[in-house]
Design a protein around this ligand. Structure first.
Ligand SMILES: [NH3+][C@H]1C[C@H](O)[C@@H](O)[C@@H]1CO
Length: 633
């Protein structure tokens, strides 16, 4: 295959072409949000039933129960854990938390533990609580003690630091709070709002798990999100934007003190603490130099209901408040004043607001929901750009959207066959955000089925190469495709509801997938301008796209070989002088090769020197994603 490259750039590469989509699904809590305790505040659980205690267990005969506290810690947190020390108690008696399928105990870290306690009935008890990190069979790694007195009948918060003496490989560890049983027989103590944090990304309070949120150049060369240098971060969903009217995501319930955040039943079958709230998302964007693409709930719920048009006003107002929290003027807007009071008086950077999510599922009502939200929001924030979520290409909405968010989950073949998906799109001032895309299955007739029927648990090479083929098309058409992100982003290998995902993790490791490396290869090698070249064969097995990074005079050639045989290519470059050597970064493996906890580094990018020149040949291996870089001017 001969590829001759045009001498002039067709268009620039838009700044947001590669980014990330995030929603609290598998997991915000127990994932990128660094809180280590599961069910830390008994949010949204029914008291006085055993299920309310998920994540917690009694130790050495203690009796524990979640109660609706007669003196609740706060309006948002009505429940507390009631500990009663039974007669005959001996030794340390209390309770423990198992974390989110384990707790990573690391001797190089200092953990911040905290909780509130009170004696519901004053007593003359005087003793101490022992706070520990220990293995599930009682090996103590860290402990601290907290003197307590039975005269404390009002809520008292305690904070302790825990510094483990060793770093067990196993993450089957628990956080415990115990008291010397013999000395506390008959005592009852109520507890609320527990928290256990390891050190966080950039040391932010209430922040993010370091090894997921930042590049960590360990010996095993684990690369993570930040290493993708994503340019945008879409949040808070996705489906998690709203399962029903009453459980929709509400910005105001996710900001301020943790004791003021009630939490909510998320869309993925578990309760979101909302400790990772709107302000944390905005700090994440700021810290990782990403542009937020923020969604507002727009009156549709995944149980199929849509708000009637004359009920929209308060929800439009809530969306206006949400946006003002992000960019408003503290002097004129209460939500903006709230932002300032929380420590960020300056507005955050925001350009794009998405109205709803996947509203092609409710396109009838979206006719008026889009109209009313878009008209009010555009009038209030004339400089923002609003993204519609119904199917693009056939304008049925008024006002006509200038941006659409397009989602596709398909087979490797579909992605390769649709590398030209945007080539024929009308250039009519409409821009496209490929907001969610991924190869999910090898079975076109059961895309969202089970693994035995084609569903991928982890991305694999065949899927990632299909995505790469499609991505060369996104790059070729990035005069109208302004942003694109693989979805979903994260998956806790111990418990997940959707697969495959870009990055898997467990309590102590991160497992970047072949699709992560594909995203990273494209994101770290964007170039600043697109150069047309001989077009790939539609429905072929070889796809490529050529860009140039003007500041470094580097030509960048991305190649996806979706076939089973290596392909020899001949490149003819139009530049006057082309360096005689360049480098190739190649991701390749067998069709089903994947990175998983069992084989974390099965497929990694490999860099090598290649011979280049005004014309040079290059062989793309079977099932390979290749990025060639050569200096040329
Ligand atoms: N069903 C997908 C579409 C929705 O927007 C996401 O929440 C889901 C997983 O990425």
């Amino acid at each position: 295959t001969t590829v001759s490259v045009d001498g002039t750039a067709a268009h620039s590469i838009p700044p947001l072409l590669f980014g990330q989509m995030f929603e609290a699904s598998q997991y915000g809590d127990g994932g990128i949000y660094a809180e280590l305790l599961q069910n830390r505040a008994f949010q949204q659980v029914k008291p006085n039933i055993i299920d309310a205690l998920f994540g917690w267990a009694p130790i050495n005969g203690a009796s524990i129960n979640v109660i609706a506290d007669p003196i609740p810690l706060s309006g948002a947190l009505p429940n507390s854990l009631e500990l009663t020390i039974p007669s005959g108690s001996l030794g340390q008696v209390g309770f423990g938390n198992e974390g989110y399928w384990g707790i990573n105990v690391n001797a190089s870290w200092t953990y911040n533990a905290s909780f509130y306690y009170r004696f519901p009935r004053a007593s003359n008890f005087s003793g101490k609580l022992t706070v520990m990190l220990q293995s599930s069979i009682g090996v103590v790694y860290a402990n601290a003690s907290v003197p307590v007195s039975g005269s404390t009948t009002a809520w008292m918060q305690v904070m302790v630091h825990l510094t483990p003496t060793s770093s067990p490989v196993s993450t089957t560890n628990i956080f415990t709070v115990t008291v010397d049983g013999a000395s506390a027989i008959g005592e009852t103590i109520n507890f609320a709002m527990f928290s256990l944090f390891p050190p966080t990304f950039k040391g932010r309070v209430n922040g993010l798990r370091m090894d997921i949120a930042q590049a960590c150049f360990h010996l095993d060369s684990t690369q993570t999100l930040y290493d993708m240098k994503p340019s945008f971060f879409r949040f808070p969903g996705g489906n998690n934007l709203g399962q029903s009217f009453s459980t929709r995501w509400q910005w105001n319930a996710t900001v301020g003190n943790l004791t003021d955040r009630p939490g909510r039943m998320g869309n993925w079958g578990y309760i979101n603490t909302d400790g990772l709230g709107l302000l944390e998302y905005l700090y994440l964007c700021e810290d990782m130099e990403m542009e937020p693409i923020m969604a507002v709930w727009a009156g549709y719920s995944l149980d199929g209901a849509s708000l009637p048009e004359n009920d929209l006003a308060p929800y439009i107002q809530q969306a206006i408040d949400q946006i003002n929290f992000v960019i408003g003027n503290p002097a004129t807007s209460k939500p903006a004043a709230l932002r300032a009071s929380l420590g960020h008086p300056e507005p955050f950077h925001l350009q794009y607001v998405e109205i709803g999510n996947e509203d092609f599922l409710a396109s009838e009502s979206y006719m008026y929901r889009w109209k009313d939200f878009a008209e009010h929001l555009e009038a209030t924030f004339p400089h923002l750009k609003f993204i519609a979520t119904s199917h693009p290409f056939n304008h049925t909405l008024d006002p006509i959207p200038k941006q659409y968010d397009n989602h596709v989950y398909q087979t490797p073949g579909w992605f390769a066959e649709n590398a030209f998906y945007y080539d024929s799109a009308e250039r009519n001032g409409t821009y496209y955000f490929e907001g969610e895309y991924a190869v999910v299955s090898t079975n076109a007739s059961d895309l969202f089925g089970k693994p035995f029927n084609g569903r991928l648990v982890y991305p694999n090479m065949q899927g990632s190469v299909g995505e790469a083929a499609f991505m060369t098309g996104l790059e070729r058409n990035s005069d109208i495709v302004f942003a694109a992100s693989y979805a979903p982003l994260l998956m806790n290998t111990a418990n997940y509801q959707w697969s495959p995902n870009l990055i898997a993790f467990d309590a102590s490791h991160v497992y970047p997938s072949t699709s992560f490396y594909t995203q990273q290869l494209f994101s770290l090698n964007r170039g600043t301008e697109y150069f047309p070249s001989t077009l790939p064969l539609e429905n072929g097995t070889l796809y490529w796209s050529v860009t140039r990074d003007a500041p470094t005079n580097t030509v960048i050639i991305k190649i996806a070989n979706t076939g089973v045989t290596a392909e020899e290519m001949l490149f003819e470059l139009p530049f006057k002088s082309v360096h005689s050597t360049g480098n190739a970064t190649v991701l390749s493996g067998s069709a089903t090769a994947n990175n998983s906890p069992e084989t974390p580094n099965a497929v990694m990018p490999v860099i090598s020197q290649i011979k280049t020149g005004k014309s040079f040949s290059y062989t793309a291996a079977a099932y390979s994603v290749n990025v060639l870089r050569v200096e040329a001017k």
